[in-house]
Design a protein around this ligand. Structure first.
Ligand code: FMN
Length: 184
């Protein structure tokens, strides 16, 4: 099964999360993962068409997804939306921002609505809210994975619990995709 992770990251923090999402997905047998950084090269629309699952990632800028991620969403109307090529693919999302809250929910909602418009099947984080900030899902999100980054190098932020929450999302999405592909 093919799992694509499409992300934008202006300063490397969301990119770091993307790597953890990939790591989590790879833990599941037969998961083939593809990291697609939106600033690196033109989007491989064929690869996305072949994917069984697409996990979206964006920093939260001004309370929503970044302009680059929005551009990706709009560009998809040509190769994918009109013919509904992503219909019934599994979808999920993660985001990251500077403030603890930072209006991150709006970014995940934007991604899930985008997935709905493509007739995709949205998978939630699937974790209870952590009891403390130092637990998995310490921010307490249900719709997708959230992380908080300080104004410092991605080498030191976001914290490991947030990175592991992203890893959990990748694993969870891969498990659900496996079940879906196997017809469970
Ligand atoms: C233009 C801009 C807008 C931002 N808006 C928000 C915001 O609405 N809420 C927030 O908590 N942080 C906001 N931030 C902080 C970023 O979300 C934070 O620095 C994040 O770690 C950036 O991720 P990246 O390194 O993947 O780009 C903003 C940063 C920029 C550059």
């Amino acid at each position: 099964m093919k799992i694509a992770i499409v992300y934008h990251s202006g300063f490397g923090h969301t990119e770091k999360l993307a790597h953890y999402v990939e790591e989590g997905a790879k833990e599941v047998q037969n998961a083939e993962t593809f990291l697609i950084g939106l600033d690196e090269k033109p989007v491989n629309w064929n690869l996305l068409e072949k994917a069984d699952a697409i996990i979206f990632g964006s920093p939260t800028y001004n309370g929503t997804v970044s302009a680059r991620f929005k551009q990706f969403m709009e560009d998809s109307t040509g190769p994918a939306f009109v013919e509904q090529k992503w219909r019934n693919k599994i979808a999920a999302g993660f985001t990251n921002s500077g403030a603890e809250h930072g209006d991150k929910l709006n970014s995940l909602m934007t991604m899930s609505l985008f997935a709905a418009q493509h007739a995709m099947i949205w998978v939630n984080l699937g974790l209870l809210s952590g009891k403390t900030r130092n637990d998995l899902n310490g921010i307490g999100s249900w719709l997708g994975a959230m992380a908080q980054s300080d104004n410092a190098s991605p080498d030191v932020t976001p914290k490991i619990e947030d990175l592991n929450t992203a890893k959990y999302l990748g694993h969870h999405v891969a498990e659900i995709t496996k079940q879906f592909c196997n017809g469970k």
